[in-house]
Design a protein. Structure first.
Length: 598
């Protein structure tokens, strides 16, 4: 047997071992709704035996005589393609959810993560910091590396370890390669690869056409940046309905202002500027469209910061005020500045900076005031927006621990129910996003949200609470968690109560509740109701897409899906995909036929 024949025999054995894992990985990733939200296309392939032989022989002749089939990491390969450059890190985060020893895991460990990029971190298109943030979240820095390609290639490569067994039951660990990149990087990368390595490749001396390829890369980068601008403006104009008590005041503006206005020595001009700052903040809270709301919060940031700077600088009139009055004024200015920072971001780097500053302000208040529940509650909301869900849980619990000691909060205050509902949501995110003790944390989320329902709250907050509880119960049923006992009668009652509230007074962003109801009815086997809710959810989202994209409202739903990736948020896209699945006629599953990634 020749050397090539021996390698081919080993290659065929490896590929046979990979057939079933390959099928399972494809099926799992295609069914992953969260991954589908950030990736509009996936490619997969098993490497051809002859190509494996060529690769092994090439490595051996290049000075690596020990190189074998077992060293190959891309015999089974996948490519996840995001429509937006900014979604690459999110796709990586979701992919890494399949690593570990939990029930949903596909791979025991990650062997390597390599970021290929040519842009400096300061470049608006650079996603290096976002990728590194995901790496650090998953504690994988020790296997992370960055590499610059002369060709300006940009992508994230991940090699997963997978245990497979041959026909004789002999176990071995093989590498499974994933590549994550944006759609425009994919197009340019394919052109570059075919010209350099394809069967109809260009001249070996690429000097004559390299400059044109580099020019094309510059144009591609411009397209990537322009697409991000379009998306940013589309999302800024979107109706973003934060949970209602996200923007509720702990005390009314009139109460706070009347107390601060009594501070000795405060000039009328300062008091008027203070009233204007609160007025701007109150106006911002009533607006639902991001394009209208965010500028008001930014104005609030500017106004509260100027007032705080004067107070921190020790303006002359403050000498007449008591120390306690100055401390209270400083407290409210910091509290409101942080609040505007939390809600006044436009996405991207600005959002990160605003949230970091708000986090620092709330943390400082926490350290100064041991019984202040408000700063702990608001800081938990900031941490949730920073995707630090575990830390968010800690701060919600810290707020609960001191809430009875906060003199501004009586037993009927809305914050009691809000704390339990928000804590439930943070626990849910720890369970499904961070995959940390998912069954335990989902059970705690259900318990916290159920407790919130027993507390005083207005109709809108009750609808939000019921929506969350029904969704968590649906999630537990879907996952088949044995330790979470979902009583079917209670589940049906929650669904019926939510339906009654939504039918009576459809809330802002009603598609969220229609989506929840659709899933619950589907789980209960009530097909007609599931379809009805899917139709309502789709109709609202279709209207939103048409408005944001500037296309006719009668555009067919299947064509709308093409716009949806650009003009819907991640949560909206998830609801759109679920509704489309429920409304789709049953068809036989098709085996995807996609080009092979290299």
């Amino acid at each position: 047997m020749t050397e090539a024949d021996q390698i081919k025999f080993e290659a065929l054995s490896l590929l046979e071992c990979l057939k079933e894992p390959h099928r399972k990985i494809v099926s799992t990733l295609e069914d992953d709704q969260r991954l589908r939200v950030v990736c509009y296309h996936m490619k997969d392939r098993l490497k051809r035996p002859n190509r494996i032989v060529e690769k092994v022989l090439e490595r051996r002749r290049a000075g690596r005589p020990e190189y074998s089939v077992d060293h190959i990491t891309d015999a089974c390969g996948f490519r996840l393609i995001a429509l937006f450059q900014s979604d690459v890190a999110a796709a990586l985060r979701q992919l890494l959810h399949y690593v570990g020893d939990h029930a949903d895991a596909l791979f025991p460990t990650v062997r390597e993560i390599r970021f290929y990029g040519s842009r400096p971190v300061s470049d608006p298109l650079s996603i290096e910091l976002e990728v590194e943030k995901v790496v650090d979240e998953c504690d994988l820095r020790q296997i992370y590396a960055r590499e610059t390609k002369a060709s300006l290639y940009s992508s994230v490569h991940i090699v997963m370890d997978l245990n497979v067994a041959d026909d004789n039951g002999v176990s071995r660990v093989v590498g499974i390669e994933f590549q994550v990149r944006s759609a425009f990087e994919e197009v340019w990368g394919e052109i570059d690869h075919k010209l350099r390595y394809g069967p109809n490749r260009g001249a070996i001396d690429s000097t004559s056409w390299d400059k044109h390829l580099n020019a094309l890369k510059a144009l591609t980068d411009g397209l990537i940046q322009y697409v991000e601008v379009i998306r940013g403006q589309a999302m800024a104009g979107a109706d973003s309905g934060a949970p209602s008590n996200d923007t509720k005041p702990i005390e009314t503006t009139d109460t706070v202002l009347s107390r601060l206005a009594r501070i000795r020595g405060m000039p009328n001009a300062f008091a008027e500027r203070l009233r204007e700052a609160f007025k701007v903040r109150d106006t911002a809270k009533t607006l639902v469209k991001g394009a209208e709301r965010i500028p008001h919060f930014k104005d609030g940031i500017k106004r509260f910061r100027m007032l705080l700077d004067e107070v921190e600088g020790g303006t002359s009139w403050m000498h007449a005020a008591s120390r306690a009055d100055v401390q209270e004024l400083r407290y409210w200015l910091r509290l409101e500045l942080a609040f505007c920072l939390m809600h006044g971001d436009g996405g991207g780097e600005e959002s990160r900076q605003n949230l970091d500053e708000a986090d620092q302000i709330y943390a400082g208040i926490e350290q100064e005031l041991a019984t202040d529940a408000v700063s702990r509650f608001r800081r938990a909301q900031v941490l949730r927006r920073k995707n630090r869900f575990g830390d968010s849980v800690d701060r919600y619990r810290a707020a609960l621990a001191v809430i009875d000691s906060d003199p501004r909060i009586d037993q009927d205050h809305w914050i009691h129910a809000a704390l339990h509902r928000h804590l439930g949501f943070a626990l849910y995110m720890v369970a499904v996003e961070e995959r940390k003790e998912p069954e335990t944390n989902l059970k705690l989320a259900i318990e916290c949200t159920s407790k919130a329902l027993t507390m005083p709250m207005d109709v809108r907050d009750r609808q939000l609470c019921l929506n969350n509880l029904a969704y968590y119960c649906w999630e537990a049923r879907e996952r088949g968690y044995s330790d979470i006992n979902i009583d079917e009668d209670d589940f049906r009652r929650h669904v019926a109560d939510l339906r009654a509230l939504v039918d009576q007074d459809p809330p802002f962003q009603a598609h969220t509740s229609y989506d929840t109801l659709c899933r619950c009815y589907n789980s209960l086997g009530e097909r007609a109701d599931a379809v009805a809710m899917a139709q309502r959810s789709r109709a609202i989202l279709q209207e939103a897409v048409c408005a944001r994209a500037g296309v006719p409202e009668d555009t067919p739903p299947l064509r709308i899906t093409g716009y949806a990736h650009t003009y819907l948020s991640a949560d909206e896209m998830d609801a759109w995909l679920y509704a489309m699945e429920v409304l789709a006629p049953p068809v036989s599953p098709l085996v995807p036929s996609t080009p092979n990634p290299r």
